[in-house]
Design a protein around this ligand. Structure first.
Ligand code: CU
Length: 172
């Protein structure tokens, strides 16, 4: 029983753990995982953002670094409404990810690829802000200032792999 309690406390502490920012207020989120295909059996992806949730101060910088095993695929950091995060395979794959489609259209507006889509003020602060990164594969990165007000929780996803989802919780 005591061991069980210790494990529970350790799990609770792990959930509360906040990756520390560097001295300059820089937080790092990595893309990790890989896609696996077994013909006529399954397709599996463990691609994800790690950590999935980060807590930052307004004005801090977050740097996303491509460290996953998919060597040829870029990613996006696209801020969306919480309710727009796909929860099912259908929502992620059947063209039903409206926030993905909208962001994709904005990235290709005018028939030209724009790596940055900024809505409103500079920095990451509201749904619609989006950045394509790691166009050349593993090792690419993207750093942005979080300009949302304290108390905001920004939900985001990758529009190329919409099951890659994260949250940025902003404190004062
Ligand atoms: Cu991705």
């Amino acid at each position: 029983m005591r061991k069980f309690v210790v494990v529970l406390v350790a799990m609770a502490l792990a959930m509360l753990y906040v990756a520390p920012a560097n001295a300059d207020g820089m937080h790092v989120v990595s893309t990790i995982g890989r896609d696996t295909l077994s013909p006529n059996m399954f397709i599996k992806s463990t691609l994800r953002f790690a950590p999935g949730t980060i807590t930052v101060r307004s004005g801090d910088t977050v740097k996303w670094v491509d460290r996953d095993a998919n060597r040829q695929e870029p990613h996006t950091v696209t801020i969306v409404k919480e309710s727009e995060l796909p929860q099912t395979v259908e929502e992620a794959f059947s063209g039903q990810c409206r926030s993905c489609n909208t962001a994709g259209e904005r990235h290709f507006a005018g028939g030209e690829l724009k790596q940055v889509v900024n809505v409103g003020r500079a920095g990451l602060n509201r749904p619609g802000d989006s950045r394509l990164f790691s166009l050349n594969g593993v090792g690419g990165s993207y750093a942005a200032k979080v300009s949302a007000k304290p108390g905001t929780s920004l939900a985001y996803l990758c529009i190329i792999h919409p099951w890659m989802q994260g949250h940025i919780k902003v404190t004062g």
